[in-house]
Design a protein around this ligand. Structure first.
Ligand SMILES: [Zn+2]
Ligand SMILES: [Zn+2]
Length: 366
């Protein structure tokens, strides 16, 4: 089969490799669509993966192509894939918090993933897809579940005050999916801060409220956030607090960037008793100035983190919440797919993301 094999950092090649061989508890999935994740870029080009050689790719969906006799009911089924393979023995796994498993395996980072024609997947990790859910949509289930997980860390999706003021800073794929699901769950007052006009256009696909999305000019992030905020009319501001629509602050804040400046925004812009969830992978060491740190105490903020997504195979886990949303037709993750490439051209997609050759959101292969 054809696969992209990462041999060393910055050495990924499209090659002919042997088909994977599945055990009784595994199936072979024919990959129909696989998305490129932001985390694939450092994995491939700068920091490397946990094992080598490795076939990356953890956001995929496909058809069950081969399975053992015990699982023959799965043959030909359309499936999405939870890429984290838990140990099922550690305390976190015992309490069904598989996403925080202390000894996990991971398709596409610790074992072979979906940048290939076929991939070996444990039966436990499959989620069966209804007829009306496309493979492309299902290949977005992983980042969508990550977004839903972040939302559920600080809100109750079934019983929240949907008038609460919410800010999402960072409109990459996860930030946009957070916005998409906030809308789906019924939150009305969603604001965003991003650093590209293109991202603002994406936000406007969900909420036609230009005044609610600020663009922080790229390359102009100063440590103290001065003069880098531009509103819809092109006015610049010293800080977000000066922008009329934003000055009241927020009850819930999604920090989807992972920089000191954006974490500072979250703390500064949160109302008293506000809740912050840090979603973005950090670019570097994170440091808080003393006066910002004080605000966590004085405003009695809740600052929490999020990791991955819940997959307990129950109706209420993040993946089933996402699947239900897809099945209902009320969300359209495909509207955020900016590029589509065949497997043979996957590298072009990687380079667009690595070198920022053009604006992009989700790059989809298949
Ligand atoms: Zn990912
Ligand atoms: Zn475990």
């Amino acid at each position: 089969m054809k696969a992209y094999v990462l041999h060393e950092i910055n050495d990924i090649r499209l090659e002919e490799v042997d088909m994977p061989v599945a055990s009784k508890e595994e199936v072979i999935v024919k990959v129909e669509n696989v998305g490129i994740c932001g985390s694939d870029i450092p994995r491939i080009y700068t920091t490397g993966a946990h094992v080598k050689p490795l076939i990356p790719g953890h956001e995929f969906a496909g058809t069950v192509y081969k399975c053992s006799d015990e699982n023959r009911n799965l043959l030909g089924k359309k499936v999405g894939v939870f890429p984290l393979i838990p140990c099922k023995e550690c305390p976190d796994c015992k309490s069904k918090n598989f996403e925080t498993c202390q000894n996990y395996n991971y398709l596409g980072s610790r074992c072979n993933g979906g940048f290939a024609e076929y991939v070996k997947v444990p039966v436990w990790n499959l989620i069966e897809l209804p007829e009306n859910v496309t493979f492309e949509q299902a290949a977005c289930m992983e980042p969508m579940s990550v977004a839903v997980h972040a939302i559920r860390r600080i809100t109750d999706i079934n019983n929240s005050d949907f008038e609460k003021r919410i800010c999402v800073e960072g409109l990459g794929t996860i930030g946009l999916f957070v916005c998409m699901f906030l809308k789906y769950f019924g939150f009305k007052n969603v604001y965003a801060i991003c650093n590209k006009e293109y991202q603002k256009e994406q936000f406007l696909k969900l909420f036609q409220r230009k005044e609610r999305c600020l663009v922080r000019k790229k390359g102009n992030i100063s440590k103290d956030n001065t003069k880098d905020i531009t509103d819809n009319d092109g006015n610049t501001y010293e800080s977000i607090k000066e922008v009329k629509e934003f000055e009241e602050g927020f009850d819930f804040f999604f920090e989807c960037v992972g920089r000191n400046e954006t974490l500072n925004d979250a703390i500064t812009m949160s109302k008293s008793l506000g809740k912050i969830v840090v979603v973005g992978n950090p670019y570097s060491d994170m440091e808080l100035p003393k006066d910002i740190y004080w605000r966590i105490l004085r405003k009695q903020l809740t600052v929490t983190g999020t990791w991955n997504s819940s997959f307990t195979k129950e109706e209420n886990d993040d993946w089933h919440v996402v699947l239900k949303a897809l099945e209902s037709g009320k969300i359209e993750p495909q509207q955020f797919i900016s590029h589509r490439f065949k497997l043979e051209d996957l590298e072009t997609g990687l380079l667009i993301m690595r070198d920022k050759r053009s604006d992009y959101t989700k790059i989809m292969i298949g």
